[in-house]
Ligand binder design. Structure first.
Ligand SMILES: Nc1nc2c(ncn2[C@@H]2O[C@H](COP(=O)(O)OP(=O)(O)OP(=O)(O)O)[C@@H](O)[C@H]2O)c(=O)[nH]1
Ligand SMILES: [Mg+2]
Length: 316
C-alpha cells in the first residue's frame, strides 16, 4: 500500500489500512510521516480517555466492559494499550477479555498494542500517532490503557480529555497513589474489584486524599466497579461524560487541549533528540567526542554543545 492508499483506507475506516498506518508511524520512515501529515487535519472528533493504574488493577477488564457498554449505545471504540515493557502480552490479555465479551470480531471495535521500546523509546510519539489515526478513522471513542507509572500517566493526560485511574483494594494502592502525587492526574477514580474486602475503606481513603489535592473546580468522582461482572461500568462512563460536560461548560476544554499539546510536543522533542543521539552513538561520533574529553582536549560542556550543534561564541 502506498501512503496515499493508506490514508484513503484509514479515512474509510478500513481495518487493514488502520493497522498499516500505525505500523508505518511506528517505524518512523518517510511514508509514516506522509500518512500522519495527511491524517492530522482529519482528526479531532473522537473522545479520548486514558485508563491508568497499577498492574493487575483491572484496566483491561474495565476497558472491555466499557466497550460492551459503548457498543450497546451504538458507539464505535478503539483501544490502544501502551506498555513499555511487554507490549505483546498486554495486548493479548485485552484481546482475551474482549473475546470473552464477544466483541473481538465486531467491526466497531479496534485494538492495538503499541510496540514501544521502553523509556523514552518513542512512547509519546507512537501513542500520539495511533490516537490520531484511530480518530481520523472515525472511531467515536479512543481508550488508551497504560500502566500508571510517572511519565506514562503524564503522556496519557496530554493526549486525552479524561484520565481514569483504576485502583483495587488490598494492594496498598491508596497510600502509593497519595505518596506519588498521582492523585493530581486522574479526572475519574475507579475502585475496581469491589467484590473484594476493603473496597469501601479504599474509597474513603481516596476521598480524603482528594481533599488534599489542589482543585481547579473539578473534584474527581470515585466510582466503585466490578469490571469482571460489568457492575458499575455504566456509572464509570457516566462520570467520564460528566467530566467532559464540565470541561466544556467551564471553558477549560480548550486550555486542557492546548496545555496537553504543549507537553506532548516537549515529549516528542525529547524522544527525537534521544533517538538522534542513539543513532550518532552507534556511528561512533559520540565516542570520538568522549575520547577528546578524556584526552582533555575539550571539556564536557563543549562536547555537549558540539553534539547539539550549538555555536560557542567565546571559542574559535
Ligand atoms: N475479583 C475481581 N477480579 C477482577 C475484576 N476485574 C478484573 N479482575 C481480575 O483481575 C486480573 C487483572 O485484570 P486485568 O484487566 O488484566 O488488569 P490490568 O490492569 O489490565 O493488568 P495489566 O495490563 O497487566 O496491568 C484478572 O485476573 C481479572 O480477571 C473484578 O471486578 N473483581
Ligand atoms: Mg491490561
Amino acid at each position: 500500500m502506498t501512503p496515499a492508499q493508506v490514508v484513503a483506507g484509514v479515512r474509510e475506516g478500513r481495518r487493514r489500512a488502520i493497522g498499516r498506518a500505525i505500523s508505518m508511524a511506528e517505524s518512523r520512515g518517510p511514508g509514516g510521516r506522509e500518512v500522519m501529515r495527511a491524517l492530522h487535519p482529519r482528526a479531532g472528533r473522537a473522545v479520548c480517555v486514558g485508563i491508568t493504574g497499577s498492574p493487575g488493577s483491572g484496566k483491561s477488564t474495565l476497558a472491555a466492559a466499557l466497550v460492551r457498554h459503548l457498543r450497546a449505545g451504538g458507539r464505535t471504540v478503539a483501544i490502544v494499550t501502551v506498555d513499555p515493557t511487554s507490549p505483546f502480552t498486554h495486548g493479548a490479555v485485552l484481546g482475551d477479555r474482549l473475546r470473552m465479551v464477544d466483541h473481538f470480531l465486531d467491526e466497531g471495535v479496534f485494538i492495538r498494542s503499541m510496540a514501544t521500546r521502553g523509556h523514552l523509546g518513542g512512547l509519546a510519539e507512537a501513542t500520539g500517532d495511533a490516537v490520531t489515526i484511530l480518530d481520523a478513522a472515525g472511531f467515536d471513542v479512543v481508550l488508551i490503557e497504560t500502566v500508571g507509572a510517572g511519565q506514562n500517566e503524564v503522556e496519557v493526560q496530554a493526549l486525552t480529555q479524561t484520565v481514569m485511574l483504576v485502583l483495587m483494594p488490598g494492594s496498598g494502592d491508596s497510600i502509593q497513589a497519595i505518596k506519588a502525587g498521582v492523585m493530581e492526574i486522574p479526572d475519574v477514580i475507579v475502585i475496581n474489584k469491589c467484590d473484594r474486602p476493603g473496597a469501601d475503606i479504599l474509597a474513603g481513603d481516596v476521598e480524603s486524599a482528594l481533599h488534599l489535592v489542589p482543585s481547579d473546580g473539578w473534584v474527581p468522582p470515585v466510582v466503585l466497579t466490578q469490571a469482571l461482572a460489568g457492575e458499575g461500568v455504566e456509572e464509570a462512563w457516566a462520570a467520564v461524560e460528566r467530566h467532559h460536560a464540565d470541561l466544556r461548560a467551564t471553558g477549560r476544554a480548550d486550555a486542557r487541549a492546548r496545555d496537553g499539546m504543549r507537553r506532548h510536543l516537549r515529549s516528542l522533542v525529547v524522544e527525537r533528540v534521544v533517538r538522534d543521539l542513539d543513532a550518532r552513538s552507534d556511528s561512533g561520533e559520540i565516542q570520538r567526542l568522549a575520547d577528546r574529553v578524556v584526552a582533555r582536549e575539550i571539556d564536557p560542556a563543549r562536547a555537549v554543545d558540539t553534539i547539539l550543534g550549538l555555536p560557542r561564541p567565546e571559542e574559535p
